[in-house]
Design a binder for this molecule. Structure first.
Ligand SMILES: Cc1cc2nc3c(=O)[nH]c(=O)nc-3n(C[C@H](O)[C@H](O)[C@H](O)COP(=O)(O)O)c2cc1C
Length: 376
């Protein structure tokens, strides 16, 4: 019976083992970073212990929700931080629970830049960005509330090293909390993406203008974080093709290739890229397939892809060598035992969008059912 199981698993590409640097993963179904806004006052809460441990399988890889690197990094209520001792202590039991079940756990480190307003900022100051270009108000993902943004203050060249240093310290804190590594959040129109994208970045110093200059902020952070905790514990998330939060690039293919090639110099563990078909953070649109292939071929480390994957096309992406690992967001949110469900080809729980971001410590968070046979 055991033998039969092993044979069955190995015929499912997503469930084959993979060695990601020092980490021996038993399958390729990754928990995507998912903001859940249940970290009251930016402090991770005990209910996250159950949430993450439910989604852990032995040898599975999990990426924690976006976690602020400093008091200027926030733009949403109740997202976790990792810049104080209290944050570090609060993360420890969560990380321990994931490790107790054999998971590998990275922390996604984040600065929102201009996707914020005075209400989230220390002393009610303006948010910071590469530019002073404001964002238009946007309907929040619940489809009702309107997010209002305060026009950002453009960072001076001299201030930039201190922001890079925030990421370095956050990475050190993540290691102190017990995480196995960090994922630098360079996607989705947040601070790092604001620097990279040519429709936002209008700087005239060495952090703006040419493609090389626009990527310098991201690469300064990669270098600082890799020097702090070792490149074999560092990943980065990028969304060159996306246009979230008014952060489009006019030549995303060139941006993607330049980043892949530049990252090779630092020897970081992985590059995690959002599929071009993702129209918004949680909505799949039409797009030619295989847009990420040139980037995948150029990058020498582990490649992770995310965005709109089902069991079937995740298996195809691995089988065809288009990626090493596939991250799942909404399906993993709603199916704590997703790898098991993929193994037995079980039906999936539907996800409940209205509870994605509510602050309830149970509802829409830890109450999604397991397959009956795996409730243990
Ligand atoms: C509720 C929710 C929260 C998210 N939070 C984050 C986040 O904190 N960091 C991030 O990089 N992406 C975030 N995303 C994007 C997901 O990681 C993922 O890229 C997206 O859901 C597409 O994958 P899927 O089609 O498998 O859901 C979030 C998406 C959802 C639905």
């Amino acid at each position: 019976m055991e033998m039969e199981n092993a044979v069955a698993k190995h015929s499912i590409p997503l469930l084959t083992p993979y060695k990601m640097g020092r980490f021996n993963l038993s399958h390729r179904v990754v928990l995507a970073p998912l903001t859940r806004q249940r970290s009251y006052g930016n402090v991770p809460q005990p209910h996250a212990v159950l949430y993450y441990s439910q989604r852990t399988s032995p040898g599975g890889f999990l990426i924690a929700e976006a976690t602020g690197v400093s008091d200027t990094a926030q733009g949403y209520p109740d997202t976790p931080g990792i810049w104080t001792k209290e944050h570090v202590e609060a993360w420890k039991p969560i990380v321990e629970a994931v490790h107790a079940k054999g998971g590998v756990f990275f922390c996604q480190i984040w600065h929102v830049g201009r996707v914020s307003n005075r209400g989230f900022q220390p002393n009610g100051q303006a948010p910071i960005s590469c530019s002073d270009k404001p964002l238009m108000p946007q309907i929040r993902s619940n489809g009702i509330d309107e997010a209002m943004f305060t026009p950002p203050r453009r960072l001076s060249t001299e201030e930039i090293p201190s922001i890079v240093n925030n990421f370095r310290l956050a990475a050190r804190n993540a290691m102190e909390a017990g995480f196995d590594g960090v994922e630098i959040h360079g996607a989705h129109g947040y601070l790092i993406d604001q620097f990279m994208k040519d429709t936002v970045n209008d700087r005239t110093d060495e952090y703006g203008g040419s493609l090389q200059n626009r990527c310098k902020f991201a690469l300064d952070i990669v270098e600082a974080v890799a020097n702090e905790i070792g490149p074999d514990r560092v990943g980065i998330r990028l969304s060159p093709f996306a246009d979230y939060m008014e952060s489009a690039d006019t030549n995303p293919q060139a941006l993607a290739l330049h980043m892949a090639e530049s990252l090779n110099k630092y020897g970081i563990l992985y590059c995690h890229v959002v599929e071009a078909r993702m129209k918004t953070v949680g909505e799949v649109g039409e797009c030619p397939p295989h847009m990420l292939l040139p980037m995948r071929k150029a990058f020498q480390g582990t490649f992770i892809t995310v965005g709109g994957f089902t069991r079937e096309d995740g298996n195809a992406a691995v089988a065809e060598g288009r990626t090493d690992l596939v991250a799942y967001g909404r399906w993993f949110l709603a199916n704590p035992d997703l790898p098991k469900r993929f193994e037995v080809n079980a039906d999936l729980n539907k996800y409940d969008r209205p509870t994605f971001y509510i602050s309830d410590p149970v509802v829409g968070y830890t109450d999604y059912p397991f397959l009956e046979s795996t409730t243990a």
